[in-house]
Design a protein around this ligand. Sequence first.
Ligand SMILES: [Zn+2]
Length: 301
Amino acid sequence: MTTAPLPRFRWPEGSNCAAVLSFDVDAESAILQVDRKYATHATTMSHQSYGPRVGVPRLLEQLRKAEVQATFFVPGFTAECYPDTVRRIVADGHEVGCHGYLHELPHDLNLAGQSSVIERSVERLEPLIGARPVGYRAPWWMLSLESPEILAAAGFAYDSSLMDDDVPYLLGSDAGTLVELPVHWSLDDWEQYGFFVDPPLGSALEPPRKLLELWTGELEAAHEEGCLEVLTMHPFLSGRPARSRNIGRFVEFARGLGGVWFATAREVAEYSRDVLPAASARRLRSALDPDYGIRDQRTSR
Ligand SMILES: [Zn+2]
């Protein structure tokens, strides 16, 4: 006799799983972070400015039609250049989280550098949101080992950058605990649509139906197991006309399944903090830590 596996997470009454639609509003910042010389490459910059200028308004319309609230992670530089875009996101009731200032990689900065990037970004976002952001996503999802402590000390409630689970969990640090909402490359639009000539950051031009197939396939399994599905999109990529229609198609598919809780990242984080035992918090460890396990496996051979 076989027994059905337990759901991986206890979701709110009536929900089998949760789905978060998230958008990283990189705009020019991700390219300028590679090299400031791209500031004079007009076409490259225009590819990026399409996000806040055209992509975000179209995506907001698609979200309105689908009746779903989403989370937009915005670099401080984007907020500075396109304050009205951020205001429109907020006016539609969506969440705005922090995504660095100029898309800096936390693990490339020292402690003081990491903290100042967060503060600089929060300073730009706070007046537009009307409150300090509580959510963080590291640029390129590249968290550093120090990030949890820096974020907890700065008052953040959650992060959404790591890949070591597919349900929410508590991420501990000396300064407090964050909720982690894990992500994955397979649910990111960059891998399917990212096409850049210079800088060479991708050469993919896949049809929207391929990304939809990845999203819905993952959702069917998440629905069976009780997982969290975090979709990540970039307005300069997914904000194009045909691609933006994937939002409505995905929501329709999820509603057909039934029991999919659509929520902002903040809502999932707040719910998760209430149901996760505080003692279950995990801490990030360096892979060179002697008790990490890698060394044990090597020496046991
Ligand atoms: Zn980004």
